[in-house]
Design a protein around this ligand. Structure first.
Ligand code: AMP
Length: 215
């Protein structure tokens, strides 16, 4: 999933993971869990996350390398929030050697819509699921009943910082990937069901490419 903060990467990564019965790997979730658990990695990452800065490539790559070494990714996986830099993308290409081609879903949403979404976003403080913005905010998570909170990095100034970092560090990945037959641009400014349908169509095309043996 490639796209700016607020594009819907987390929501659609969860939906696709459920649909295809494969794990969702979110570097943001893993970093937040480490911070909550008080591990050394998590505590170092927390300050950067709360201010909207990226953690180092070294840390992000190590998290994904370890996660992709586990058995449950044998049939596939959905990456949410990784890669975020060209260095991470190059490392991921190495990790993908011997596997089916990576499918890149580039979600496009106008900036003013992103700012509005992030400003209004509420997430579960226990399981991290985003609250459905179309439903009334009853203060608790629909999945696990945990209390809904606002992420520290959804503060308006931090959001602008994150969007700028996205432009500077992550948007160059569009150039990095766009000539591949398994790169797809998805309009993220339509209903969630329409976005999900477009993603499934893109994945079906990508699987046809993989079966044809093209990278
Ligand atoms: P997310 O939940 O994907 O919005 O990620 C939240 C925060 O975690 C980001 O703003 C970064 O501080 C950090 N983070 C998540 N994934 C990465 C990554 N691939 N590279 C660097 N920092 C990351």
């Amino acid at each position: 999933m490639l796209g700016p903060p607020g594009a819907g990467k987390g929501t659609h990564a969860s939906r696709l993971a459920r649909h295809y019965h494969v794990p969702k790997i979110s570097t943001g979730d893993i970093l937040r869990e480490s911070a909550a658990a008080g591990t050394q990695l998590g505590l170092e990452a927390r300050a950067r996350i709360d201010q909207g800065h990226l953690v180092s490539d070294e840390v992000a790559i190590a998290i994904v390398r370890e996660r992709l070494s586990r058995q449950d990714v044998a049939l596939g996986f959905i990456l949410d929030g990784f890669p975020r830099t060209v260095g991470q993308a190059a490392a991921l290409d190495e990790m993908m050697e011997g596997r089916s081609p990576l499918t890149v879903l580039h979600i496009v949403v106008p900036v003013e819509v992103l700012v509005g979404r992030l400003h209004a976003r509420r997430v579960c403080g226990v399981c991290g699921t985003n609250a459905d913005p179309t439903k009334p905010d009853v203060g608790v998570c629909a999945s696990c009943g945990g209390a809904l909170v606002t992420r520290a990095d959804d503060d308006e100034q931090v959001v602008r910082n994150r969007l700028q970092i996205y432009e500077d560090r992550t948007a160059p990945l569009v150039n990095y990937y766009q000539d591949r037959p398994t790169f797809f641009t998805i309009d993220g400014n339509v209903s969630p069901d329409t976005v999900a349908g477009a993603m499934k169509d893109a994945l079906a095309s990508a699987m046809a490419v993989a079966e044809g043996g093209t990278r």
